[in-house]
Design a protein around this ligand. Structure first.
Ligand code: GDP
Ligand code: MG
Length: 437
């Protein structure tokens, strides 16, 4: 992938004392090749490396900084610049603020509509109405209804009405009556760009005059994503781009190309199918991700958000008094689960993306742990020290595991308790230790 290639290209510079025209040429060629391989448009990659070259040669080479490090920084900053420099917020203008969702079928529009509704409800305190504008497939309406049910957001539908323009207009009237201040209009897509779809979406846009039209595109579609973005933008003149399915190893080279071809900001990146996984797009972090440095900032933010502060304080008190027990351990696991897909989270840690390639991590890793704790009596959970061999034997039987499994968990529990006690004693509450399942 792009990261490996860039790493290799930086190696060329390793050991060199200075950046010179000669030793940089090979590196730049490698970077260009890596970008093109990651579906970055050739012209974009070329002008990018030209820019990097200017910056690199213009630098006074500091002896304290290794050329490789300096190049990494230049490349990172340039990449971020290429993707817009700074984060662009979603515009919520109008009463209600109308957000129109456009894109090909299967790009993730409906899923994103749900995530955005949850995001605006939870993070911005908005009263949201979702509108089912994909009238051609009954399943599409049901899909949105299910998502709405999950996140507690009302979904506007009109049974039997096959005119999305009318539905969207009626939905906005309905939103006014109901006091909703954001309306998200999900629309139908097709497998490829065609005239009928474009006419429909432009008609909806003209009729409802959305404050924000977002184009949703699947990050895994590579160079096609760029072409589709261009075609949609030519017709629709959208306001921002949403990159979906940025799961696991997908590096997001499409983010670079799209930005430079349509010159519209990327506003959100989306991964996983859980409704809480929406992230605002940050160019610097995306640059890190593309370079494989890991999206540490996002990871920490997400963890902080999800880790309940009150819970943490309670836990800390217990830890200091050495009363941490299996009930707390279980609560911790639930905290970790709330943070979303484990693989998503893990892949944000620098170096983990690569390490996890082909490894399956799911919430199942906790199943055994939960089963074992589930087979403990309340007394055993509260006072783990009473777990003698006879009790462990019973627990293993009860949970369908082995003595070895139970012992392993007890060892983990002990380690966690020790580690957390140290952390708690030191003042700050750190992230919960993840059991190794
Ligand atoms: P639409 O046709 O544009 O409305 O696309 P959907 O929202 O129905 O998504 C198409 C498929 O992709 C569904 O199976 C979704 O569950 C899945 N999907 C959507 N977004 C993501 C994502 O960010 N990551 C992953 N892994 N799957 C996604
Ligand atoms: Mg859909």
């Amino acid at each position: 992938n792009l990261t490996d290639k860039l790493e290799r290209s930086f190696k060329i510079l390793k050991g060199e004392g200075r950046i010179t025209e000669i030793n940089i040429a090979e590196t730049l060629k490698e970077i260009r090749r890596a970008l093109i391989d990651a579906d970055v448009n050739y012209k974009v990659a070329k002008s990018f490396t030209d820019e990097v070259k200017q910056k690199a040669l213009g630098q006074n080479v500091l002896t304290a900084v290794k050329p490789g490090q300096m190049m990494t920084k230049i490349v990172r900053d340039e990449l971020a610049q290429l993707m817009g420099g700074t984060a662009t917020d979603i515009r919520l203008e109008g009463t209600p603020a109308v957000i129109l969702i456009a894109g090909l079928q299967g790009s993730g529009k409906t899923t994103f509509s749900g995530k955005l509704a949850a995001f605006l409800k939870e993070k911005k305190g908005r009263h949201v109405l979702l509108v089912a504008g994909d009238v051609y497939r009954p399943a599409a309406i049901d899909q949105l209804k299910v998502l709405g049910g999950q996140i507690g957001v009302e979904v506007y539908t009109e049974e039997g009405n096959t005119h999305p323009v009318e539905i969207a207009q009626n939905a906005i009237k309905y939103a006014r009556q109901k006091g909703c201040n954001v309306v998200i209009v999900d629309t139908a897509g097709r497998l490829a760009v065609d005239e009928a779809m474009m006419q429909e979406i432009t008609a909806i846009k003209a009729a409802v005059d959305p404050g924000e039209t977002l184009f949703v595109v699947d990050a895994m579609t590579g160079q096609d994503a760029v072409n589709t973005a261009k075609e949609f933008n030519d017709r629709l003149d959208f306001d921002g781009v949403v990159l979906t399915k940025l799961d696991g190893d997908t590096r997001g080279g499409a983010a670079i190309s799209i930005r430079s071809v349509v010159d519209k900001p990327l506003k959100f990146i989306s991964s996983g199918e859980k409704m809480d996984a929406l992230q605002v797009f940050h160019p610097e972090r995306m640059a890190d991700r593309i370079l494989g440095m890991g999206d540490v900032v996002s990871l920490v933010e997400r963890a902080q958000e999800q880790f309940d502060e009150a819970e943490a304080r309670k836990l800390k008190k217990k830890l200091v008094k050495d009363q941490f027990n299996f009930n707390d351990f279980l609560a911790q696991i639930n905290q970790i689960k709330k943070m979303g897909n484990l693989k998503d989270l893990a892949s944000m840690i620098p170096g983990m993306g690569k390490a996890l390639k082909g490894v399956e991590i799911s919430d199942d890793v906790f199943k055994q742990t939960e089963a074992i704790i589930g087979s403990m009596t309340p007394a055993e959970r509260e006072r783990p020290e009473i777990l003698n061999a006879r009790r462990r034997e019973r627990i293993a039987k009860g949970s369908g595991t082995t003595m070895a499994d139970v012992n392993r968990l007890l060892k983990q529990f002990d380690d966690t308790r020790k580690m957390m006690k140290m952390v708690a004693g030191g003042g700050k509450m750190k992230l919960p230790q993840m059991p190794r399942g």
